[in-house]
Each structure stands twice: as structure tokens, then as C-alpha cells.
Design a protein around this ligand. Structure first.
Ligand SMILES: [Zn+2]
Length: 146
């Protein structure tokens, strides 16, 4: 099937291509899918994206995403607001992740901080965002000092 390209279709594919890991062919497939098979999802995606961009900002204290000036974690009065005593590195177990962890670890140790890494348990070569919470919790409990 041949679909005549329009400006809007090309703009959508180009916008999708800006996402990490999405090449031109994947962006085009996603655009075609949304427009041809799931317009309801396309509309929901558009609304969710606009809403998120409009409402979400960085916490002024810790820089995480939040919809308020200071995130709920930073507002927790039972949280230890003291200086940082330990940094747990959670990089991917890829060569790039290992190199990044090594560099950060050496930098933080030079500043006198305790540095640890998540224990293995996360699939080698896997992306952390695709790992279930239980696996990450186990890896956190079994972390080791580097
Ligand atoms: Zn915060």
C-alpha cells in the first residue's frame, strides 16, 4: 500500500524520530500505525504529552520530575535532610554503564562519599527501565560497595 506523504505525516514521523532509539523507519511505522489503526490512542498520546509538558517541572531541591515546586519526597519531614552519605549507582550492566559507574565512583570517592552499586540480578545488556520493581529491589538489597 502506498500512502501519499503529507506535511503533517512527515512532521509526525520526524517528531517521533526524536525519541531515543527510534530511527526513521520505526518513526514512520509508528506514525502509520497511530493514524491508520489507533487514532484514539494517537489523540490520547497527544493530550498526555501536551499535559505533561505543560505541568511537569523539575523539583527545585532534587531535580526530579514533579508537578509542584518541591517534590513530595523532599517535603517529607521524616526524611533525613542531612548531607549525602552514600550514593548508590544504578547504571546498566553494559560496557558503557560499567565505564560510567567507574568514572562516577572514582569521582565521588575522591570527595569522601561511600559509593555502592546495585547487585547483579538485572539482565546483562538490559535496560533498567524495563526491569520489574522486585528485581530492582533485590538488586538494591544485594548491592556492594565499589
Ligand atoms: Zn525533590
Amino acid at each position: 500500500m502506498s500512502v501519499k506523504k503529507t506535511g503533517s505525516l512527515e512532521n509526525l514521523a520526524e517528531a517521533l524520530r526524536r525519541l531515543p532509539g527510534i530511527g526513521p523507519k520505526s518513526a514512520q511505522r509508528m506514525a502509520y500505525h497511530l493514524l491508520q489503526h489507533d487514532r484514539e490512542a494517537a489523540t490520547a498520546l497527544g493530550h498526555a504529552l501536551l499535559n505533561a509538558v505543560d505541568r511537569i517541572q523539575h523539583c527545585s531541591a532534587c531535580n526530579t520530575f514533579t508537578e509542584i515546586e518541591v517534590c513530595e519526597t523532599c517535603q517529607d519531614i521524616e526524611r533525613d535532610p542531612g548531607t549525602v552519605s552514600e550514593v548508590v549507582l544504578a547504571t546498566n550492566f553494559t560496557n558503557e554503564g560499567e565505564a560510567t559507574a567507574h568514572y562516577i565512583s572514582e569521582t565521588l570517592k575522591a570527595r569522601g562519599l561511600k559509593v555502592s552499586r546495585l547487585a547483579r540480578g538485572v539482565p546483562v545488556g538490559g535496560e533498567l527501565e524495563y526491569v520489574d520493581a522486585g528485581t530492582i529491589a533485590r538488586a538494591m538489597l544485594d548491592r556492594r560497595t565499589t
